[in-house]
Write a protein that binds this ligand. Structure first.
Ligand code: NAD
Length: 283
């Protein structure tokens, strides 16, 4: 019988892109507590180094911060060389960098008669530059780090990739078409790559977080003036059977499970961590 614990993860080397962010850093805390050695690969080097130092002091495991832009291969290759030198070959990759932006967000949910003479607030007013940036960050920003950071796993015929998707991947939320399309692509790519790598010992899965209040969505779900929920924030809570936003710590269990041997026959799946949002028809 296999050990009923996450002990097999102890000492493994894990790279997490976007690991300096709100959800990413909470995952890093779980990884370090489980005894993994972690490299936070983030475009924001200073914050990555600070988060790494804080978590290392807290948990005792080795955690380093490394500068990496998930959209540039050279930057990723440089980061990999630094990680290999400091921590050794990479066993696990978490693709955590991602997010939305106001430049890829329509101001209104649906076009009505009264909106037809000011289309700037609609799909027709979106700037392709913003759309491209958000789509690339979430999709290409998952694909490219996977190409670079899984080569050590190929040599060992063993490894795990965990992508971070979103509820938007199943049914798009209004206002954020680029982010929704990109996360749907992440689910599709998770399945595709899981099949491609299944015979060389690399598992590929994803988690789809429900709704957590973080930098990327604060402007949409909170009312700046009152500090309470915006109408959209309230709609999300009403659509979540557990009746609340998630806490980042809620992602830790599913993350460790999908990285560990406890999920050794699982590849190509996306686990929602969403308080029941994806199970609920709204009535
Ligand atoms: P965050 O903005 O707090 O963190 C994102 C991190 O990615 C930041 O540290 C940022 O510096 C880094 N980053 C941005 N561009 C980068 C680039 N080009 N290269 C390398 N690093 C880069 O975001 P978060 O809320 O913690 O989200 C983490 C992941 O979870 C994202 O993929 C996001 O789409 C997803 N997600 C978030 C929510 C939510 O409710 N917040 C819900 C579902 C999914």
């Amino acid at each position: 019988m296999k050990p009923m614990s996450f002990d097999d993860l102890k000492g493994k080397v894990c790279v997490i892109t976007g690991g300096a962010g709100v959800l990413g850093s909470t995952m890093v805390r779980a990884l370090a507590a489980a005894g993994l050695r972690v490299a936070i690969a983030d475009i924001n080097k200073e914050v990555a180094e600070q988060v790494a130092a804080d978590i290392q002091a807290e948990c005792g495991s080795t955690v380093i911060g490394v500068e990496a832009n998930v959209l540039e291969r050279d930057s990723l290759e440089k980061a990999k060389a630094e990680i290999n030198e400091k921590l050794g070959p990479i066993d696990i990759l978490i693709n955590g960098a991602g997010g939305n932006s106001p430049q890829a967000t329509t101001k209104i949910e649906q076009i009505e008669e009264k909106d037809l003479d000011h289309l700037d607030d609609t799909f027709y007013g979106l700037q392709m530059e913003g759309f491209d940036r958000v789509y690339a960050l979430n999709f290409k920003g998952t694909l490219l780090p996977t190409m670079v950071f899984t080569t050590d796993m190929l040599k060992k015929r063993k490894g795990v990739v965990l992508n971070i998707s979103s509820m938007n991947s199943y049914k798009p939320l209004t206002k954020i078409p680029a982010y929704s399309a990109a996360k749907a692509s992440v689910n599709n790519f998770t399945e595709w790559l899981a099949v491609h790598l299944a015979k060389v010992g690399i598992r590929v899965n994803a988690i789809a977080p429900g709704f957590f209040i973080t930098h990327q969505n604060r402007f949409l779900v909170l009312d700046e003036k009152t500090g309470g929920y915006s109408a959209r924030g309230q709609k999300i809570v009403n659509s979540t059977p557990m009746g609340k936003f998630g806490e980042p710590e809620d992602l830790q269990g599913a993350t460790l499970f999908l990285l560990s041997e406890l999920s050794s026959f699982i590849t190509g799946i996306v686990i929602p961590v969403d308080g029941g949002y994806s199970a609920y028809g709204g009535v």
